[in-house]
Design a binder for this molecule. Structure first.
Ligand code: OXD
Ligand code: MN
Length: 610
């Protein structure tokens, strides 16, 4: 069957090449209908109503949350599946040792096989979208084809989707094709029909990227980054390759605008691994009087050198896909307040009065809930009511902290880059890198404790360079080389690089730093460093605040704790250096010599401090 034979609402002006691409996918996947998404409110409401009718989404109590919905996924489809995520570059070495590589010819055969007829009995949706504000030099376009209306309504919140994006594509702009199926056809090849299920998916999953042709094909999952292909698949894996080729960066970084008491603006981007308080930092409410922190992005930044030689950044997304558990009025009031209307929740618990709940939302759990699996739950049940990777999807501008310039198509000039992670020991509260090369070494060697955002053993320490381990679309060593090269392009206009760690613990296992709004204090020091107004002393892992330089006014914290937060034990750092060296070995000849030199410089600083 070709598209002409299938009911469709193809808009006027779609060029032949795009039509024939859509026809090819329809010929392969064999949907019953094709729907071109216009991104309108009416379309969104209609799809949401259909999903409610089907039972996939439960409308929440409108008196508590207007136009909000809860979805429960299949328990086998709850997080990104890194083990089923593939980089299908022509050469294996271009994917590198930290990615799953698959031969592109073989993978194309596999993909063709699983996609054959996979949309039978379903509608195929075409979602044109823009990553970044329309018309910006840093922005780019894409089209996701999917058989999941749930994916459509999430994509419409997460990107700038619909007619305007299609018009730009029709006019000839570059775009990235992304094809997605939940892998649950409703009719088999012999014409036998079966009923749909609340959360269609498939045990067999493939999240595949073809970097040479900038293509994405994803099969078998309907959850998060496996299915909302604009996010991790495009904005990070494919975009990181485009960025390397074109001289920019696609990074797993939040983006903030900071205003100091003098009214000066600074911009900060920060790389944190998944679920490490990134959303909290993106919506930080500073405790230092006179400071303002505003949100531009919570997860991904695209950064490109501007005409003045500085690095300009945009948030390519238009929404937040955040982790709900742990979020409360104490930890992130701004995010919580943003979720009182037009929000989709996934895998959190349902209260008896039609609201949502998750671990950490309140000190005391409600006496009764329906948990994320749809079962009755009481505090005695003994299992979490919400899945630890339970999520919310909401438009970014629903956050009261959104910066006035968050949609500036030209981006914002970045002054500070932060690298973070969860480290219970060794890594100090903040340290400034000695220079760009040292900053790249710090980013390359960052390690963090594993969280629930992906499958894996929670709590285990994993090295997560630039927080890009699961998101870099090419060889990580070539990625470091790209960062080093860009440092030469940016020269003295390059942002300053810092490493932070909010998660250091004392001997009893208690966090030593209060975190949350107080995180503005090390950031304030970083800003004053950039402005040339704060002193630092040299230390093993970088330059740390000179005594008295960190603003602790109004914070009840002992000098002993502050000292402990900045303790750099040479013996422990010697082990860190050994682990970094061991980690680097897997990259063989591709490891940039600058990083080997940085390792030697680290060892020299350790020796000096011993
Ligand atoms: C995310 C992630 O969802 O990093 O942002 O896993
Ligand atoms: Mn992320």
């Amino acid at each position: 069957m070709t598209q002409e034979a299938i009911p469709t609402n193809t808009p006027a002006g779609v060029p032949e090449a795009l039509l024939s691409w859509v026809n090819e996918i329809a010929d392969l996947t064999k949907p019953d209908a094709i729907h071109w998404c216009d991104g309108s409110k009416e379309e969104w409401n209609k799809l949401a109503a259909d999903l409610v009718e089907a039972g996939t989404m439960i409308p929440l109590n409108p008196a508590k949350r207007t136009n909000c919905f809860l979805a429960r996924s299949n328990p086998a489809d709850v997080a990104r599946v890194e083990s089923r995520t593939f980089i299908c570059s022509e050469k294996e070495e271009d994917a590198g040792p930290t990615n799953n590589w698959a031969d592109p010819t073989e993978m194309r055969k596999t993909i063709k096989g699983v996609f054959d007829g996979c949309m039978r009995g379903r509608t195929m949706y075409i979602i044109p979208f823009s990553m970044g504000p329309f018309g910006g030099d840093i922005s780019k376009l894409g089209i996701e084809v999917t058989d999941s209306p749930f994916v459509v309504i999430n994509m419409v919140l997460m990107t700038r989707a619909g007619t305007k994006a299609l018009e730009a594509i029709n006019a000839g702009a570059f775009w990235v094709p992304a094809v997605h199926s939940v892998g649950y056809p409703l009719v088999d090849a012999d014409g036998n029909a079966r009923d749909d299920v609340l959360w269609p998916c498939n045990d067999e999953k493939y999240i595949t990227h073809f970097p040479e042709t900038s293509e994405i094909w994803s099969y078998g999952s309907g959850y998060g980054g496996n299915a909302l292909l604009a996010k991790k698949c495009y904005a990070l894996r494919i975009a990181s390759v485009l960025a390397r080729n074109e001289g920019w960066f696609a990074e797993h970084m939040l983006l903030l605008r900071l205003t100091d008491p003098k009214g000066r603006h600074f911009h900060l981007s920060a790389a944190f691994p998944s679920a490490c308080g990134k959303t909290n930092l993106a919506m930080l409410r500073p405790t230092i009087p006179g400071w303002k922190v505003e949100t531009i992005g919570d997860d991904i930044a695209w950064l490109r050198p501007g005409a003045d030689g500085r690095l300009y950044a945009i948030n390519p997304e238009a929404g937040f896909f955040g982790v709900a558990p742990g979020m409360s009025l104490k930890t992130n009031p701004t995010a919580l307040e943003a979720l009182d209307h037009d929000t989709i929740f996934a895998n959190v618990a349902l209260t008896d009065d039609g609201d949502v709940w998750w671990e950490g939302l309140t000190d005391e759990p409600p006496a009764h809930l329906i948990d994320w699996l749809g079962n009755d739950w009481t505090p005695e049940t003994g299992t979490p009511a919400a899945h630890p990777n339970g999520r919310f999807t909401v438009r970014a501008d629903q956050a009261a902290s959104i910066a006035p310039n968050w949609e500036d198509p030209a981006g914002v000039p970045v002054d500070i880059i932060l690298f973070g992670g969860r480290r219970t020991s060794n890594v100090p509260l903040i340290a400034q890198s000695y220079d760009w090369e040292h900053g790249v070494f710090v980013g390359a060697t960052v390690a963090s404790e594993q969280t629930a955002a992906a499958e894996g053993s929670v709590g285990a320490l994993r090295r997560d360079p630039f927080s890009m381990l699961p998101f870099c679309g090419y060889n990580m060593a070539d990625y470091w080389a790209h960062w080093l090269k860009m440092g030469k392009v940016l020269g003295d206009k390059a942002p300053k690089i810092f490493q932070v760690n909010w998660f250091r613990k004392d001997g009893e296992g208690n966090f030593m730093w209060p975190g949350f709004g107080e995180n503005c204090r090390p950031i304030e020091w970083a800003v004053r460093r950039v402005a040339g107004e704060a002193e630092a002393v040299d230390a093993i892992s970088g330059q740390i605040p000179a005594p008295g330089e960190l603003n602790l006014d109004g914070l009840d914290i002992s000098q002993e704790t502050m000292d402990a937060l900045f303790t750099l034990d040479p013996a422990a750092w010697s082990v860190e250096a050994d682990l970094a060296e061991e980690y680097f070995q897997q990259f063989g000849d591709k490891l940039p010599t600058e990083l080997t030199n940085q390792l030697a410089a680290l060892r020299a600083r350790i020796a000096d401090a011993s």
